[in-house]
Design a protein around this ligand. Structure first.
Ligand code: PMP
Length: 427
């Protein structure tokens, strides 16, 4: 049953079996920043270097052939994991590089002064700053969909109202890395097709969805999807852009170098077809291979099973936090939470202090803006929030232990004499 999933898979993650201090076992609640890695992914990295290491697509020797096969096989695994084709997967360093690639490769090729890009106030800086840079290069207009009245998710009607004939790009975060809620993707795709420019593209930042639920690019109906390997049980230094093949074909190269060319003369160069067109230079081969292994691992556990299990964790976490006196939870109500990621604040204790004291108890959370300053501003939480973000290897017991530690830390602060001029932790 899914109730035992966390306990069942934990043994696969060696890093989790440690104490942060004597008697303080690690409770890792920072998977939104980066996930831990199962043994099979660590083994894939090791075995690649021990057995197969060579450069890809270059040599005729046996190791080069093996490395190239493993690298291309991994591309196929990632493609299947999101419901696309291998030729539609472009390796990148991560989601950030993937968004920058689309902003340059698509944006610079197709957008013109006065065109509009529709984003949301909930964007991670990775899906915001590249568009701002494009907008200043091209004199474009950026529009931002706001939060709904409950501040739990993006207001779908407002988003729809922003799309016009000049809208060439709609880009948004699939699952918010602060709110934990899902974007109105179906609505966004529908209005982009109905009311946007004829070639309007929709890009989804799937960093916080692909590790937690089954994602299918054809069902979603988007044009581009980006994600980072290190958040989905894979290594750092690797991520991907999935793009509909005709969209990738209509993109210009961004970085130039080896691998991405068709023919080079001193007078000029013709480019390779996608995905090679966007993969200049020697790629992160071992990391790509190990990301393929991570996809196999997640699929092996079963994305439906993971999603069902994490939904239960999400509701327990949300309800538990709301029951702690003085805690304010951001995001949707427990019933609307599918992903176990909750940002919160406590009255009179700054988010960074809270995270520091939780760490003393062995609990790893993250404090700050989580690369979403505009969203924190919209939430009236400019001083930041604490975020607890879970994954398939967390257990209900860990949530209960975290909540007990949180109550302990808050009791400690409550016993301190009130400062004459208290700094508001949230207003
Ligand atoms: N988008 C979202 C929603 C994220 O959570 C993150 C990682 N914090 C990113 C984009 C950026 O990912 P990376 O830093 O791996 O490129």
């Amino acid at each position: 049953s899914s109730s035992s999933l966390g306990a069942e898979v934990r043994a696969e993650f060696p890093v989790l079996a440690q104490e942060i201090a004597p008697g303080k076992p690690l409770i890792y609640l920072d998977s939104g920043a980066t996930s831990q890695k199962p043994q099979c992914v660590l083994d894939a990295l090791h075995e690649y270097y021990v057995r197969d290491n060579a450069n890809v697509h270059r040599g005729a020797h046996t190791l080069a052939t093996r490395a190239t096969e493993a690298f291309e096989e991994a591309r196929g695994k990632v493609a299947r994991f999101v419901g696309g084709e291998a030729r539609e997967i472009v390796w990148t360093r991560g989601a950030t590089e993937a968004v920058n690639l689309v902003a340059h490769g698509w944006g610079d090729a197709h957008l013109e002064e006065g065109d509009e890009i529709v984003l949301t106030v909930a964007e991670h800086h990775a899906n915001l700053v590249p568009w701002q840079l494009l907008a200043s290069r091209k004199r474009l207009r950026l529009k931002y969909a706001r939060l709904d009245a409950a501040q739990g998710a993006i207001d779908a009607d407002h988003l729809a109202s922003l799309v016009t004939r000049r809208t060439r790009v709609v880009a948004m975060v699939h699952v918010s890395n602060v709110l934990g809620s899902e974007a109105p993707v179906a609505e966004a795709v529908r209005v982009a097709r109905e009311r946007g420019a004829p070639d309007c593209v929709v890009l989804l930042d799937a960093c916080q969805s692909v590790p937690h639920k089954g994602v299918d690019v054809r069902d979603l109906g988007v044009d581009f999807l980006v994600a980072s390997g290190h958040k989905m049980c894979g290594p750092t230094g690797i991520g991907f852009l999935w793009g509909k093949y005709d969209r990738l074909e209509a993109m210009q190269p961004w970085q130039g170098g080896g691998e991405m060319i068709d023919r080079v003369t001193l007078d000029g160069t013709t480019y390779a077809a996608p995905p090679a067109r966007f993969e200049a230079g020697t790629p992160a081969i071992a990391q790509a291979v190990a990301l393929g292994t991570a996809c196999d691992f997640l699929s092996g556990v079963g994305m439906d099973r993971i999603a069902a299990y994490e939904r239960r964790l999400a509701r327990r976490l949300d309800a538990g936090l709301r029951a702690v006196p003085g805690v304010r939870v951001y995001g949707p109500s427990a019933d609307d939470r599918d992903v176990a990621l909750v940002a919160f604040n406590a009255r009179n204790v700054h988010a960074s202090d809270l995270a520091f004291f939780l760490d003393q108890e062995g609990v790893a959370t993250r404090a700050g803006h989580h690369c979403c300053q505009p969203l924190h501003h919209a939430l009236d939480a400019d001083a930041g929030t604490v975020r607890a973000s879970l994954a398939l290897y967390n257990t209900p017991d860990e949530i209960d232990a975290f909540l007990a530690h949180l109550r302990g830390v808050l009791d400690f602060f409550a016993d301190l004499p009130t400062p004459a001029d208290p700094k508001p932790a949230f207003h």
